[in-house]
Each structure stands twice: as structure tokens, then as C-alpha cells.
Design a protein around this ligand. Structure first.
Ligand code: SF4
Length: 292
């Protein structure tokens, strides 16, 4: 099997066998994301995927976890996905779970019954970027979805028995939009009530100036380390989820923390407050250790 590069997967899928059922991202227009800019979206023909699955089932017959790539495989027709998942279940008898990235539009376009059919075939975790819960900002970053649409799409998946792994991006609102970004994102996360919730921090490297001046414009100013901690505080203090693993361990974040909500909320807030009040606390990741 050969991958069509670049290939991305969430860190938690490091031990999964990856199959590309679609290439690229069907939306591909978010201003902060360059992941699939070099690819044109397409659904791979079933025969190509079938060949990969059969070949890998000879090499790794004991596979337990599969990750479907690229950016939003659920953009493919449901019948096609059912055929792909049936084949995977047939060829990997020990298969426990299948996961994939998903976009809000994919979920809105599928019915709960369609999503249930995929769930029956071991599709389990969907990774979805909320990015922000603020509608003005969603428009500005060209996410192609509203907060209400993101909530509706994710709730359909949850109703179908899928586990949502969602994340927001600290810093997306810049300095001026930091507070509303944090507060609206918490409101959307609460409405989704996901199984997993994570934060990433916007990292642009050499593109910072271009992003501020040309892409976002209008006086947009990126937040600094301290402001990102404050934004995280504003976000976490509003979270009211029922049973969720929360994490900011992603390498882009300054403060790596994890815990279960609601159980660990006070402890998480205490750590954020310590990091905010004491720059020498040793809790923060040094700038050189941050990455995407
Ligand atoms: S939907 Fe996801 S993969 Fe596609 S452009 Fe936006 S952030 Fe990137």
C-alpha cells in the first residue's frame, strides 16, 4: 500500500492502521489550515481501497484499530462507506474500532440512521475541529459552518452512538476576540457534550505577519503566551460537560494538562491559575518544545 502524501492523523491514532478512503478535504478553505492545500478532494474508487485493505490484512491480520483518512471521509456516500467498513470488518477479525476526522457539514448531510449504520460497523470515534464557537469568527476563518450547525451535526453523531473527539484552537480570535472566542467555544462544547475535548494553540511560524495583516486584517493581533493561558482559563471555567476527557497536551499548547470533566475541573483551573500567576512554576512548555 502506498500513501498519497501528505498524510495526517491525530496523535491518539499512532497505533492505528491508516487507510485513505478519501483524499484531501472536501472543504479545504479554512484560512488557518494548510493540511490539504496541495490536494484536490476525491473519494478513492472502492477497488483501490479494497486492494489496500486486502494487502494489509495479509500483513497485519491482528489489527484492532483503523483510522480512515484524509480530512473528512464522511463526505463520501454512505453506501460506499458501508461497503468499505464491511470489508474491513471481514478482513480484520480482531477489529475493535474505526475512527476518522469529520467536518460539521459531513455530519449535517447524513441522517442519524445513516450514522447508526456506520456505528454498527465499528465506526466509533470522530475527530472534529470546532475551532471556535463564535459565529463571527467562524465566518472570518472561513470554516463553512455556524455554531448551531456544528452543534447539530455533532449531536446527530452522539445520538447515533458515536464518540466525538472535539477541539478548539486557542488564539483564533486574536487579542480583541479572545474573550468571546473562549466563552462561545465553551457554550458550543457544552451543547455537544463530547467524549473528548482538547485545545490546540494557533501556531503560524514565519506566516504570523501575513496572517495578521493580510489574511485576517482589520487590526488582528495574535495572542501571546500569557494571553493564551487566560483564554484557556476563560474556556475551562465555563465547561459544563457530563463525562469528558479533557486535554491540552498537544505540542502546540504552552500548558499541557489533562483530566476528566467534571471531576477534575477545579484541579485543572488551579493549575492554569498557578501558571498564570507564577511564570517560573515550571508548568509551561518552553517555546522551543512547541510544535504542530
Ligand atoms: S475542514 Fe479541517 S481539514 Fe478542511 S480546511 Fe478546514 S481545518 Fe483544514
Amino acid at each position: 500500500m502506498e500513501y498519497d502524501m501528505p498524510l495526517f492523523r491525530p496523535p491518539s491514532e499512532a497505533r492505528s492502521l491508516i487507510f485513505q478512503v478519501t483524499l484531501g478535504c472536501s472543504w479545504n478553505r479554512c484560512v488557518f489550515c494548510a493540511m490539504y492545500k496541495t490536494k484536490k478532494f476525491r473519494v478513492r474508487p472502492f477497488e483501490e481501497v479494497e486492494k489496500d485493505v486486502i494487502e494489509m490484512s495479509w500483513l497485519y491480520p491482528g489489527t484492532e484499530k483503523i483510522f480512515l483518512a484524509d480530512g473528512d471521509p464522511l463526505a463520501a456516500p454512505t453506501g460506499y462507506l458501508i461497503d468499505v467498513l464491511d470489508l474491513m470488518n471481514q478482513r480484520f477479525p480482531n477489529l475493535k474500532r474505526i475512527s476518522a476526522y469529520a467536518g460539521p457539514t459531513n455530519l449535517l448531510e447524513k441522517s442519524v440512521d445513516e450514522l447508526r449504520e456506520l456505528r454498527k460497523r465499528k465506526l466509533d470515534v470522530l475527530y472534529l475541529g470546532i475551532e471556535t464557537g463564535n459565529d463571527a469568527l467562524l465566518k472570518r476563518i472561513r470554516k463553512g459552518a455556524t455554531a448551531a450547525g456544528i452543534i447539530q451535526g455533532c449531536r446527530k453523531a452522539v445520538e447515533a452512538g458515536l464518540r466525538m473527539s472535539t477541539f478548539i484552537i486557542l488564539g483564533l480570535g486574536g487579542v480583541d476576540g479572545s474573550y468571546v472566542h473562549a466563552k462561545d467555544s465553551a457554550r458550543v462544547a457544552n451543547a455537544i457534550d463530547p467524549h473528548f475535548l482538547a485545545t490546540l494553540t494557533l501556531m503560524l511560524g514565519p506566516y504570523e505577519r501575513v496572517y495578521e495583516e493580510k489574511i485576517m486584517g482589520g487590526g488582528f493581533k495574535l495572542i501571546d503566551k500569557r494571553q493564551s493561558l487566560q483564554e484557556l482559563r476563560w474556556f475551562v471555567e465555563d465547561l459544563e460537560v457530563s463525562d469528558c476527557k479533557f486535554g491540552s497536551e498537544h505540542a502546540s499548547n504552552y500548558l499541557p494538562i489533562s483530566g476528566y470533566l467534571p471531576r477534575d475541573k477545579e484541579e485543572i483551573l488551579r493549575l492554569i491559575d498557578t501558571a498564570l500567576s507564577d511564570a517560573s512554576s515550571g508548568l509551561l512548555r518552553p517555546e522551543w518544545a512547541r510544535g504542530l
